[in-house]
Design a protein around this ligand. Structure first.
Ligand code: BEZ
Length: 357
């Protein structure tokens, strides 16, 4: 009998005819830690924060976020927000390779560059969307600028510094693996890598042949040398804003995200463990992530139900949620998302909930 093989299918829903991507404008600003490049899509909307993204190691804003932000259903969300997509220094398209000996900023310094971007754009608040190293950078920024960050979507965050065991494992892997392979092992699960799907081939190719691979290695080193965020539930160091933690169910960082969830304020945190998404849910499950993002924004009072599609409205109405449905901003809410099989988890208002979808 033929063996059944699990095949991962990437959700695809391109822009509809007539749905054209908004014009983008790329800028660079000087900061105390060197120059940083970012790309702005859309125009500022009165009384709304900007959505600000920060990508993971081995990627740039496009390779990390384009499938999510250009997903068809995402358009009804993002048309209400200006977006600022930051490229970590040296990761922007066409970036020259830094000279030998260049002191690449630490992740904390990358976070300290963000106020220069916001000042340049004259933006006063943001909702951050970060993946991996980018999630760490945005969390650090939220800790130092709590009044500027209204909400955070953190995909694959690891808030801890590497312990000595991690270092030993990292050094050992470094003896047998190239930098691109190590970075791929950070981005994707071993199962995905050995499955070698088109997506994996595409990202392996992008990273292995990146003309700025030396710069990527510097960002990788900064990530591996990160400090502990020292998050403490109920303590002084904690994220004050609503947070949506996201991790793929077979992602390399699942344990770290679970631990992060345990350190955050449960009344402010939603935890989304996404089935069938591998290491990069924003690439493989943009539809599910879009829907979760919509609920998250709704919980913050930014997506009135009238802005939502009929499908989303009916699904939302059938979910237990403390989120305000009329666009009033509410600080205590639970995010929930149904599974494909239709069994919807019931949320307890004000409690963190683990949801598989
Ligand atoms: C955006 O519309 O925000 C976007 C478009 C392309 C790539 C990334 C983001």
């Amino acid at each position: 009998m033929a063996e059944l093989q699990e095949v991962q299918i990437t959700e695809e829903k391109p822009l509809l005819p007539g749905q054209t991507p908004e014009a983008a404008k790329t800028h660079s600003v000087e900061t105390p830690y060197g120059s940083v490049t970012f790309t702005v899509y859309g125009t500022p909307k009165p009384k709304r924060p900007a959505i600000l993204t920060y990508h993971d190691v081995g990627l740039n804003y496009k390779s990390c976020f384009q499938p999510l932000f250009q997903f068809g259903d995402m358009q009804e969300i993002i048309q209400n927000f200006v977006r600022v997509h930051v490229d970590a220094p040296g990761m922007e398209e066409g970036a020259p390779v830094f000279p030998v000996g260049y002191q690449y900023p630490s992740l904390d310094q990358l976070a300290d560059m963000i106020p220069c971007i916001l000042q340049y754009l004259n933006f006063s608040s943001v909702i951050g969307v970060g993946v991996g190293a980018g999630a760490y950078v945005l969390s650090r920024f939220a800790l130092t600028h709590p009044d500027t960050v209204e909400g955070l979507v953190l995909i694959n965050i690891d808030p801890n510094a590497k312990g000595w065991m991690d270092w030993a494992a990292h050094k050992l892997t470094g003896l047998t693996s190239s930098i691109p392979e190590m970075i791929l092992g950070h981005l994707f699960s071993q199962e995905e890598l050995s499955g070698n799907s088109e997506l994996i081939q595409k990202y392996r190719n992008i990273i292995t042949h990146a003309p700025n691979l030396d710069n990527i290695e510097l960002y990788w080193n900064s990530y591996n040398n990160r400090r502990d965020l020292n998050l403490e539930r109920g303590g002084d160091v904690t994220l004050k804003c609503p947070v949506m933690l996201v991790v793929g169910d077979q992602a390399p960082h699942e344990d770290a995200v679970v631990e992060c969830n345990s350190k955050l304020d449960p009344t402010q945190t939603s935890f989304l463990k996404m089935a069938d998404s591998g290491g990069q849910p924003q690439l493989t499950q943009p539809g599910k992530l879009t829907e979760a993002f919509k609920y998250f924004l709704q919980g913050m009072g930014y997506m009135a139900s009238s802005c939502m599609t009929r499908l989303s409205r009916s699904r939302t109405a059938s979910l237990t949620s403390a989120a305000s449905m009329d666009g009033n901003r509410s600080r205590s809410r639970t995010l929930s998302q149904g599974s494909e099989s239709g069994t919807l988890p019931s949320g307890t208002p004000g409690h963190t909930m683990e949801v598989s979808c």
